[in-house]
Ligand binder design. Sequence first.
Ligand SMILES: Nc1ncnc2c1ncn2[C@@H]1O[C@H](COP(=O)(O)OP(=O)(O)OP(=O)(O)O)[C@@H](O)[C@H]1O
Ligand SMILES: [Mg+2]
Length: 349
Amino acid sequence: MSDDVVLAGIDLVKDFSGRTGLIKRSTGNVRAVDHVTLELKRGRTLGLVGESGSGKSTVGRLLLRLIDVSDGAVLLNDQDVTQSKHRSLRKLRSAMQMVFQDPYSSLNPTMRVGDIIGEPISYHRGLRGTARDNEVERLLVSVGLAVEQARRFPDELSGGQRQRVAIARALGSEPDILVCDEAVSALDISIQSQILNLLLHLQSEFGLTMLFVSHDLSVVRHVSHDIAVMYLGQIVEYGPADRVADQPAHPYTAALLSAVPQAKPSSRRTSEKVILEGDPPSPSAPPKGCPFVSRCPFAFEPCHEFRPAHTPVNGGGTVACHLQTSGPTLGGASLGGAAFDSEKSATKH
Ligand SMILES: Nc1ncnc2c1ncn2[C@@H]1O[C@H](COP(=O)(O)OP(=O)(O)OP(=O)(O)O)[C@@H](O)[C@H]1O
Ligand SMILES: [Mg+2]
């Protein structure tokens, strides 16, 4: 593994038992994460995008060791931490922090902001008294809040301010890695961009490595160096953010982009729209072949039978799609590339 990889998930699998409800009726096992491999590189942001239920949060929780893997491994600085317990897990947790979607429920409403931010500073770094207070003040300023706000309670703050508090709290343990799970999804658009810009600024100030999880590809693109696209527990496309967003090689990525308002209506993307219809299949009964087969306008025979392997894409990254390897071969070209035959284009919207 290359030196600049801080955290890696290797062939991660997570199965949840399908027993739900009071009578524990079995609904079948759910494979929430299905052989996912990804790398977080030092000082860079990996964006993880996909529809609701695709397994994004589960990947984040596996990487942070908040839940145990069913199979596969988590490597932190090349060290296998998959089975770490107690003391080493505590060390691990201080190296990785998470910011969640809902700052209303993730902040203790009975604590003052200063104590919310101060708690991890004491717990992970052993600072107390004035040393702790000085650190709280420094972090408040770093996230764009006034020092006086340390005395406030969370319900005296706006949604954007609360999310700044959540970010300051996450930074309190001086983490190397920050996982932001739908961290701006609950915020108004204008506040969203303020928080995204704050994250970009903090990344360069603190040299943070980030995993940025969102269902919104336009948001992910704004902050990410690389993007992984998830569908039904699997990564279907992976690569440099600009290549994935400008020249998607997987029909699902193209569909996610079609849902994003176009800044330039004349761009090539508009003629390559893939409209998503219906819902994804249940993860307790996934299709036999490609996970996207039931919704893909380009599906042909192999897609129903065989799970596609990842193959390289021109411009960087990989895609798991039979279009690249058999049938109307794209040979590493993006979906919008000339290699695509005109007959197939007729099925596009
Ligand atoms: N603790 C659990 N027990 C059983 N099933 C679970 C559990 N956590 C997640 N799942 C299932 O795993 C799948 C992936 O869930 P996950 O929360 O990772 O998706 P997500 O991509 O983060 O979705 P969202 O965008 O809605 O947050 C879903 O089918 C979900 O119902
Ligand atoms: Mg989630």
